[in-house]
Design a protein around this ligand. Structure first.
Ligand SMILES: C[S@@+](CC[C@H](N)C(=O)[O-])C[C@H]1O[C@@H](n2cnc3c(N)ncnc32)[C@H](O)[C@@H]1O
Length: 362
């Protein structure tokens, strides 16, 4: 059985894929699985500074021990390394104190990896992979915000950018509602690979999210930590509304930044935020509109509620903006190795311009 049969286990562990969804071939020899779990996962140097949450680790090692014990069956010559049991029992002790304190879901590091063309080791120490490590919340909403974890639309947009790297290697980029920084790290990897390092801004409304995003970008294991022109800023979409007291501040910000490409993932989820978001996109696209430019926005949306999606499309069109849907193969998403289920995600290419342009954008 080839070593490659277990290559997906480490990326799945790092991305906190539920262990029961990690495929292990039934005919796997004990020694091979044991060695892989011990050397590649338990002794992984990256996991010392950037460990997955204790509750995930506990579930993972419980599953791993069950698998290994099942493979030992009646063979008394085989034994599980003590360090595996020790890890599991120490996590169980932690788990008890966590439950006793009625604490919210535990935070932990998540590392998403995706293959690179060569075998060189990256910032995170992974041979043959790029990586993005983030301190994330496991709750959908924490501290009143959805911004403390990475959402599926980000994976789809990251995949699109990896397939169309010119989008970010040639252009200055501004991300709206960036959350914890996953797309920023992917973008910085692309820019570093092509050695362009064009200006990259990440923005959000929530100060806790902005702080988390900045500290994730600066983790030494992330390529973004050495990106020379990367900034995080506060930008509330409501500032772009014509009646907002901050409208002139939003106009000045748009003038100063004048990004070539505006990106955003999973930013359409609340109907009340649709008009401010569309006003922000239009304001950013309109800077120096009299000069010819390829300025555009790439927005990845997960359709959870058709009415909210329709409202976004209608508001965009009412503002005279052009939308073209871009294809992305979500079957190929590799972040975390196991196929990531991102739901119904659309990638929309949005421009100013007249309807004729629509025919020229595939
Ligand atoms: C569902 S999360 C998506 C986060 C990230 N883009 C991702 O895909 O993982 C939505 C993000 O939009 C931000 N957001 C919500 N309202 C906003 C507003 N009025 N202005 C700017 N950002 C806002 C939130 O703070 C949060 O980070």
């Amino acid at each position: 059985m080839a070593e490659a049969d277990l290559d997906h286990v480490l990326p799945s562990y790092l991305a906190l894929v539920p262990p029961t969804r990690i495929f292990i071939p039934s005919e796997i020899p004990f020694e091979k699985l044991h060695r892989s779990l011990l050397e590649k996962i338990l002794l992984l140097a990256h996991a010392n500074p950037y460990p997955p949450s204790p509750d995930y680790q506990q579930a993972f090692w419980k599953w791993a021990i069950n698998l290994l014990e099942g493979l030992i069956a009646n063979d008394t010559d085989l034994e599980i390394d003590e360090r595996i049991y020790e890890r599991y029992t120490s996590l169980m002790m932690l788990g008890h104190s966590h439950l006793a304190s009625f604490a919210p879901p535990q935070k932990g590091y998540v590392t998403y990896v995706w293959p690179k063309d060569d075998q060189a080791v990256n910032h995170g120490g992974f041979e043959g992979y790029h990586s993005a490590t983030l301190l994330e919340s496991r709750a959908l909403v924490e501290q009143g915000t959805t911004g403390l974890r990475t959402w599926g639309a980000s994976f789809a947009l990251a995949q699109y950018l990896l397939e169309n790297p010119k989008e970010v290697w040639e252009n200055t980029v501004l991300e709206l509602g960036s959350g914890t920084g996953f797309l920023g790290i992917v973008t910085s990897v692309i820019q570093t690979e092509y050695n362009t390092h064009t200006q990259l801004w990440l923005s959000d409304v929530n100060s806790e999210v902005i702080q988390r995003c900045w500290s994730n970008l600066r983790l030494p294991c992330n390529t973004s930590s050495s990106h020379p022109s990367l900034d995080v800023l506060s930008l509330d979409w409501s500032w772009a509304m014509p009646d907002s007291p901050e409208h002139s501040q939003a106009c000045a910000l748009a003038q100063n930044l004048h990004p070539d490409v505006i990106i955003g993932a999973d930013v359409v989820f609340d109907p009340s935020l649709v008009p401010p978001l569309v006003a922000t996109i239009k304001l950013l696209l309109s800077v120096d509109a009299e000069r010819p430019s390829d300025r555009h926005a790439l927005i990845a949306l997960t359709i959870r509620n058709q009415t909210t999606f329709d409202l976004f499309m209608e508001t965009i069109r009412n503002e005279g903006l052009i939308i073209v849907e871009k294809a992305v193969n979500t079957e190929r998403l590799l972040f975390g190795s196991n196929k990531v289920d991102v739901g119904d995600v659309r990638i929309l290419y949005i421009t100013l311009g007249d309807v004729e342009d629509q025919k020229t954008i595939s």
